[in-house]
Ligand binder design. Sequence first.
Ligand code: SF4
Ligand code: SF4
Length: 572
Amino acid sequence: MQFDIEINKEHVTAKKGETIKNVLDRIGIKVPTLCYMNGFSPTGNCRMCVVEVDGIPGLVPSCSHPVEEWMKIRTHSPRVIKARKTLVELLLASHPNDCLYCERNGQCELQALAAELDVRERKYQSKRNSNQIDKACPSIERDTAKCVLCGRCIRICDEIIGVGAIDVIGRGSESRIGTTYNKGLNVRACVKCGQCIQVCPTGALSEKQTFQSVIEVLNNPDLYPVIQFSPTVPASIAEEFNLKTNKDILNLFRAALKKMGFRQIFDTSMAADLTIMEEAAEFTDRFNKHRSLPMFTSCCPSWVKFVEDIRPKFLENLSSARSPQQMMGRLIKQYITSSAGQKSKNVFIVSVMPCTAKKYEAGLDNQKESEVPFVDAVITTRELIKMIRLLGIDFSGLEPEPNDSAFSIRSSAGKLFGISGGHLEGVLRTIGFMMTGQEMNPLKINDLRGLKSRKETRIKIGKHFINVVSVSGLANVKTLLDEIEAGRNDIHLVEVMTCPFGCINGGGQPKGSDEKSLKMRMKTIYDVDEEEIIKVAHKNPIIKDLYEKFLAKPNSDRNKELLHVSRCPVEL
Ligand code: SF4
Ligand code: SF4
């Protein structure tokens, strides 16, 4: 049902069931908010979005108040603006006074709101929030003093990731965001995904930064720094620096990394091809023997941690293949060092990933050999952006750098790993070939593309039908696991990505990604697949060469030592 209401003295059409904010968004009137998140039910926590409604004595939160036929609304009256300003002044009364030194300086929603509302002095003085920096987690840091108790992190962790690792503890003025037993974020439930960082309006949550130590390594003449990059990173860098995402972007991206001082640059997609080979062989073996099905992909460390800690019953269903980051690190240390004439101990491997959980993964005991990690440091896309700026790299003056690394060729199947559904699409191409000796036709699987959180389809391979499911947003996997526990036994292969829509929306990506930028990142990867000549991992000549000269048959015992990992619940 539609009806007219009055907003700022103009007649506007509204629909029954809409909130006042829904209508304001549609007609282009912006009201500030610190707690609202698109796609979530509103809480009215921060009260910044209040408006004045004739006939209602108090101000009403527009995010949660439904429109009604008789309403006359004022969104920016002097009373409303004064109330919003007072709310900000009260938040600032207990907030640290160190904006200049804050991680979010220039990108903080509270700071922007204070500027917008013309807050020019600290009007109220109250006891400052106690400064407790939680550094327990290898991926995420929390500065509780900067928290404005908006609740966004709690909701994303609970509703999208489904683990509820954080919550409000204490009462009244003693309230704060805390963790189980107040043990810091390195508690069992947290899967290190970093989605909470993405929604935090202030500097209260950030990744544990390692880029400064990487810069030190770049300046150490005794070390040989090399870098690998995830397939999602170049598109995000292009977005950040307003570069065209055409064919040259990869060469320009490499030029920037070379300019920074990295001696060799590797595209992790090549190792994704290797992961595909090992996973496809592992799946084919399990399928033929009707053993440990459905098989779950294991490239997302947050998902693996979730299984290890929360649903260990499914450990045997996880693929034992290492993630592409770890396979690449291991290969570089084992294989490349000799060709570059470097001692393994001098080679320092940096990964740039869209993911905060990769920092955690690189530090795990089962990702090291003789105490030496396969990957020495992991930085997020955000940290790389900082480094590019800090080191004065100007893309406009760079000459594109051709790909001259020892592992220079990758198929577009490996590139697809960045998007939910893409990992499955890539691995199915090789499963098809391994099971029939024929290339799949068509290679593209439309049912696995797009921004749906659960995609399910059935693929005919030879005389068999393979049922596959792709899930993104870890909370969505619980339903699937429950279905399997309840007896559903027709699913063969499952891809799980913790972050909604996959690594393109990872916890280490630039903040504030909207649907438009996600679609753009997705399109960049699908375009690569469209244009690429080698679209399947098993046709990558580097992969063939590796299997001929260095590795044994995919999923063989020898490769298991190098490229696979044994799964067991984590002891805390
Ligand atoms: S990192 Fe992920 S799991 Fe941990 S608190 Fe943040 S959202 Fe929750
Ligand atoms: S940590 Fe950030 S997102 Fe969480 S409640 Fe505090 S300000 Fe909000």
